[in-house]
Design a protein around this ligand. Sequence first.
Ligand code: FPP
Ligand code: ZN
Length: 336
Amino acid sequence: GGIRGGLMGSSQQLGGGLLVDLHASYLATSASVEASTTVFELAAASHLRMSGAYWGLCALSLIRKTNAMDINALVEWVASCQHSDSGGFGADTNHDAHILYTLSAVQILAIVDRMDAIDVKAAADYVAARQCADGSFTGDEWGERDTRFSYCAVSCLALLGRLDAIDVDAATTHVMSCMNFDGGFGCVPGGESHAGQVFTGVGALSIIDPQLRMLSEAQKRTMAAWLAERQTSKGGFNGRPEKLPDVCYSWWVLSALACLGKLHYIDGSKLRAFVLGCQNDERGGISDRPDDEADVYHTFFGIAGLSLLGLDTDVVDAVDARFALPEKVVERILLR
Ligand code: FPP
Ligand code: ZN
C-alpha cells in the first residue's frame, strides 16, 4: 500500500499517479482471448467470465489501451454465449442465460460498436420476459427479484434502444419501493441499505429520467448524505456503516452521487489517494484495499471511480455514471 511510484519511466507516472502502462499489461494478460477456444483467462471463475470481460475491456478503454486486445475474437466469443432459444447470454459458452451476463455482453458490444454480431431482438425479448407483474425483475427463469436485475434490465434495454419492451412506469415504481428512509436502497422492499444497491436504484432511475424528476429534492439530499457517510477516515468508501473501505465502492458510491449531481459531498482528493494506494506497483492492477491481491473487478472500479473524480483526465477518459461505460460510447449509442 501507500502511494509509491516514481520508479516508472513515463513522466505521467511520476509522483504516485495512476500506473496506466502497468494496468494495461495486467489487464491484457488477464483478459487474453485464445483465438480458437476463445477462452477468457480472467483469473475469474468461469461463471463470471462475461462480466470479467466487460470489466477488463471497459478499464482498458478508459485508459485508452484497447489495442492490447483481440476484438474480433472477443466479439465471436460473446456472440457464441447467446442462447438461440431464450435470447439471453450465459457467462461463458454453454452456461445458463442470466440477465447479469446479458447486460455484460451488451456492454462489451457497445464498447466495440458491434451490436450487429448478435440477435438484438431476441436479447431484448429475453430481458423483457424477466419483468414481473409488480414491475420488478428476476435474474433468470427461476431466480429471486433484486434491484440489481431492475438495473440490468433498464440499462441493457436502453443500450439496445428497446426500453419500450418493458413497463417503465412499473419498473420505476418498484425501484422506488426499495428505497429506505435512511436514504439507501435495499435489494427488495425493506432490504438493508447497501451502497451497491443505491447504484442500481439511482442508476436505473437516472437512465429512465436523467433529471430524476421522480425524486424530491429532500429525497436526493437524504440519499447523498447517506452516500457521503460511506467515506472513511482513510479516504476510501465502505458499502454499509461499520464496514471496511473497499475500492469498488469508489464506483458504487461515487456514481450514485454523480447521478444525483452531488459529487461535492465527498473529499475527492482523499478518495483518489486511497485508490492509488491500492495499486500493485510491480505487476499492475488494483486491489480492494492496500496490500491485498489485485483483481480485474477492483482494477476496473478503481479506474472508473478516478474517472468520475475528473482529477486524472490526462490518462483516463470520462465514464458515464449511469451506464458504467465510456461517455463517448454512451453518446454514440444514445444519439443513434
Ligand atoms: C456490491 O457487491 C455491489 C452491488 C450489490 C451492485 C451490483 C450491481 C450490478 C450487478 C449491476 C451491474 C453493474 C454495473 C457496473 C454495470 P458485493 O457482492 O461485492 O458486496 P459486498 O461488498 O457486500 O460483498
Ligand atoms: Zn470490493
